[in-house]
Design a binder for this molecule. Structure first.
Ligand code: 0O2
Length: 194
């Protein structure tokens, strides 16, 4: 089967590199101004051929290059994991102001968490050359929860205690969210001492 991205793959890699470089520069600009590095780590990936085809099927789209590049917006993805909630929003503001791409959509799943407890700040960006990229900004706690939930979901899709497990996952997400708020408060208290 042909690569769903066809002849675009090399150019997509360049676009992704450009986005990562931009995020790293913005990270550096905050770090040198405040002496606090706002970012714990950055991950970047081109969605695999297989998951892009899965996503096309889930969305009822034909498995074509056009769907992958113009109907689905996360062929290019960057995940920015921050220590504190305020860092997530500081990075969001700088990314939104970046002239190299246009923000076409934003979803604040931190203020409006998904019903299962998923939290993250999503931005869909569009490069001048037309590619879309999804940036996910989240705290370490949110990232830990999303990674474990993803792991559990794919490990055993059909389980007996599905409802209880979903409730427990939601409870964990809410507890982690409350910890994020407490950690932010502690940080703000410490910063106000300087
Ligand atoms: P992968 O393999 O991580 O890339 P839609 O809501 O239908 O318009 P879409 O693109 O599903 O469109 O948007 P959404 O819901 O904002 O989510 C996009 C991505 O966010 C997902 O990509 C996941 O990476 C992440 N995500 C969203 N919800 C959850 C969740 O409940 N748990 C976890 N662990 N991650 C989530 P993909 O393509 O689904 O997967």
């Amino acid at each position: 089967m042909d690569d769903i991205y066809g002849k675009h793959r090399a150019r997509m890699e360049l676009a992704l590199d450009k986005l990562v470089l931009c995020v790293k520069e913005l990270r550096q600009s905050i770090a040198s101004e405040s002496e606090f590095d706002p970012v714990e780590h950055i991950l970047a990936r081109i969605k695999s051929d297989e998951s892009m085809r899965d996503k096309c099927r889930r969305k009822g789209l034909p498995e074509t290059t056009e769907s992958a590049l113009t109907k689905i917006y996360d062929a290019l993805g960057v995940r920015v994991v921050c220590a504190f909630l305020s860092d997530v929003y500081a990075m969001r503001d700088l990314i939104a102001a970046c002239p190299d791409f246009e923000v076409v959509e934003e979803r604040d799943y931190i203020v409006n968490a998904k019903p299962n407890g998923y939290r993250s700040y999503h931005m869909i960006l569009r490069f001048q050359k037309g590619y879309y990229a999804e940036v996910q900004l989240r705290t370490i706690s949110m990232d830990t929860w999303a990674a474990l939930e993803h792991h559990l979901r794919y490990k055993k899709p059909n389980v007996r205690h599905q409802k209880l497990i979903a409730q427990e996952l939601k409870r964990c997400a809410d507890e982690l969210a409350s910890t994020d708020v407490s950690m932010q408060t502690i940080r703000d208290m410490l910063l106000s001492e300087n």
